[in-house]
Design a protein around this ligand. Structure first.
Ligand code: PRX
Length: 658
């Protein structure tokens, strides 16, 4: 890595920002980065020193094995230490840091009329009460609790209440019900949800969805919280109650199982001794798409995740005590876990928590909220930027990424705000390739350089490391504290997915290019995964959903570039004999995928495929399907195809209907 001397247009950090920054220039970054790799023990110990440890570590800061040929894959951070995540992100600030009256969250509802403010002290009190409620319900250390809540303060309260009593939370992503199902396996799960929630104008009945999911699981309890539209008491006047007034409550279908939030919270004591957890105890499970189509429960643990989310938040957003920070992600995704809940709270930050949509009740809602709360740090997804850019400037055209970057920088940031393009994954726990705002000269579209303690490498197909300007598989040589520890109840899948291909390395599944200045550029997934509007899904799960239709005998799904979503789904379906391909079928298939996976997975294109291009051994050649979807006629070598005529037929029947 060298100090960049590129001739191409670079965006340098503003001098005003550098004056007061944690990492004020590129050289400081290089010095700290070097230290983090050369002496990780000292580097991470210093980070750990600011947190509370009931018992200090007896082992090193980080131990690991990334080589399957040498034994089981493991990462171990701070062996022997005992601590509590909730204590560190709340009690520590209230009791030791005198931040009790500081605002932890400005909550802004789906409707601009609904908003409330929660201080660190109030948050702690609610968390303790909720922790006692959970205990009362029989939740014990190590139990799993599924949470099915929208972006309301109670979601953060329940996450932290779990962390306080040592229960493992598993947040069910609202939008993707098939992909991230309610737990159906045997376990000690308790489930929390709300009755219903408005998304924009649309009411979503979460309770009904949960009831359906829980039908067969008698042992589970459901804690129901009422919410709008049934006479929500304005949060302004009645923080954290948001209950449905008695007379307006819908009847509970499962009255022995379900309880109302406000009723149980009201009488619950607001003190609760934290459970002192081992450093490597699980903190949460979060489901992400697996390339086989089956979701994987990524497990993160207490101490390492605390250190890593806290440090990345501080440096990547150059956090200062008077900042107002806003991350627009949903807490149901890793971004929300790391950079709405844990990272910001560990730093005593003030955040905006937004329940609604960027376009409701009007397209300027994002910018209105930024004005309202005087947001100083804003973290959002490229899809949201592209959406806003199109709406405001009405531009079209491809490729969109560098344009969207410049628009964000120049129009939204008025050229004064660095754009930090952070690369990471559910599995990495926190940012792994990222600029630091006052230190790193930016190139639009590049996630720039590794964060402290992260050692990337680029490998070729044979696992050989490529030096200098190159492109290949992005891998990491060593762990950092926040990396995943396993896949829930499936260590074998964990090892096979991330470590089998290249022994000694964590394999991200992404392709990556390194330029002459050492900048890293993510080129996208190189496995069977798709990224639609920032949501990862596997081709296999969409194919499985299509195959549920009685007319379909075979399906193959590929990605096609999309100017707002980044990528969209292009599906090829082969029908059973005598079945007819028509508009109704296309609509039925779209609806099926939508129902089974979620709206995000709705296919943009469905094409009739009398046959699919296959190798002689019967393997579908997705490369060719991708080219057909993109209308790229230069197909290269087709000699491995069993029947080359199939390709011509598919080109002739291309679907252009959105
Ligand atoms: O393909 C990469 C893409 O998103 C994947 C991870 O998705 P998920 O686990 O859902 O986590 C999303 C939030 C961190 C990666 O394998 N990705 C993530 N960040 C970037 C990215 N692609 C390009 N640039 C990024 N900054």
């Amino acid at each position: 890595m060298v100090v960049p001397e590129s001739q191409e247009k670079m965006y340098y950090p503003p001098v005003e920002l550098q004056r007061n920054a944690h990492v004020p220039d590129f050289n400081s970054y290089l010095v700290m980065y070097k230290k983090s790799l050369e002496n990780p023990e000292a580097f991470w110990r210093e980070v750990a020193d600011e947190f509370f440890w009931k018992k200090p570590a007896t082992g090193p800061m980080l131990q690991h094995n990334f080589d399957m040929t040498k034994g089981n894959i493991f990462v171990n951070c701070m062996e022997g230490a005992k601590t509590n995540m909730c204590y560190n992100v709340l009690d520590r600030h209230v009791k030791e840091g005198k931040l009790g009256e500081k605002v932890a969250y400005y909550w802004e509802g789906n409707s601009p009329d609904h908003h409330m403010t929660i201080t660190y002290r109030q948050l702690l009190s609610h968390v303790c009460r909720c922790a006692n409620v959970l205990k009362q319900m029989g939740v014990k250390r190590g139990d799993r609790v599924s949470i099915y809540l929208p972006m309301i303060p109670e979601l953060i309260v329940t996450m932290l209440a779990c962390a306080r009593i040592g229960a493992v939370h598993s947040i069910v992503v609202r939008k993707v019900t098939f992909n991230h199902p309610m737990p159906r396996d045997k376990g000690q799960d308790k489930v929390l949800c709300v009755y219903g929630v408005y998304r924009g104008e649309k009411l979503i009945n979460l309770k009904q969805i949960s009831d359906e999911a829980l039908e067969k699981c008698r042992e589970k309890l459901l804690l129901v919280m009422g919410l709008s539209p049934w006479n929500m008491i304005p949060r302004k006047s009645c923080p954290m109650s948001c209950h449905i007034q008695k007379h307006a409550r819908p009847r509970l279908s499962q009255s022995e199982r379900d309880v109302w939030w406000d009723e149980v919270m009201r009488d619950s004591p607001d003190e609760c001794e934290p459970e002192w957890m081992d450093a490597e105890d699980p903190l949460f499970i979060l489901y992400t798409s697996g390339s086989t189509g089956k979701p994987k429960g990524v497990v993160h643990t207490v101490a390492g995740y605390l250190l890593y989310t806290s440090l990345t938040f501080r440096y990547v957003f150059d956090h200062h005590p008077d900042d107002v920070y806003w991350c627009t992600a949903d807490i149901g995704w890793i971004t929300g876990h790391s950079y709405i809940t844990y990272g910001p709270l560990a730093n005593g930050a003030t955040s905006v928590l937004f329940e609604g949509l960027p376009v409701h009740p009007h397209v300027g809602r994002f910018w209105e909220i930024i004005e309202k709360y005087k947001v100083t740090k804003f973290y959002t997804a490229p899809t949201a930027i592209r959406l806003a850019e199109h709406q405001i400037l009405g531009t079209v055209g491809e490729p969109i990424n560098p344009e969207a970057w410049r628009w964000y920088h120049e129009v939204v940031g008025q050229g004064r705000c660095p754009v930090v393009d952070t690369f990471w994954q559910t599995e990495t726990g926190g940012h792994v390739l990222t600029p630091l705002p006052a230190a790193t000269p930016l190139k639009p579209g590049s996630a720039t350089f590794p964060f402290f303690g992260v050692e990337p490498a680029i490998l070729n197909e044979h696992g050989e490391e490529l030096e200098g300007v190159t492109e290949g598989y992005l891998v990491f040589r060593k762990p950092w504290p926040g990396i995943m520890r396993t896949i829930y109840k499936n260590q074998e899948l964990f090892e096979n997915t991330y470590f089998r291909k290249f022994p000694g390395f964590y394999v991200t599944g992404d392709g990556c290019r390194r330029d002459k200045d050492g900048y890293y550029w993510i080129t996208g997934r190189i496995d069977d995964m798709l990224n639609v509007s920032g949501h990862l899904m596997s081709t296999a799960e969409v194919e499985a959903a299509l195959m549920l239709h009685q007319s379909v005998s075979e399906a193959a799904v590929v990605s096609r570039p999309h100017k707002v979503k980044g990528e969209c789904l292009y599906c090829f379906v082969t029908l059973k004999d005598s079945k007819e391909f028509n508009c109704k079928l296309v609509e039925d298939l779209k609806r099926l995928v939508r129902e089974k996976i979620g709206p995000i997975a709705t296919p943009d294109f469905i094409q009739n495929a009398p046959a699919l291009p296959k190798t002689r051994s019967g393997k579908i050649m997705r490369r060719i399907l991708r080219q057909i979807a993109r209308n790229e006629k230069d197909l290269g070598d087709l000699s491995t195809l069993a029947d080359p005529k199939v390709v011509e037929v598919l080109f002739n029947q291309r679907s252009e209907a959105a």
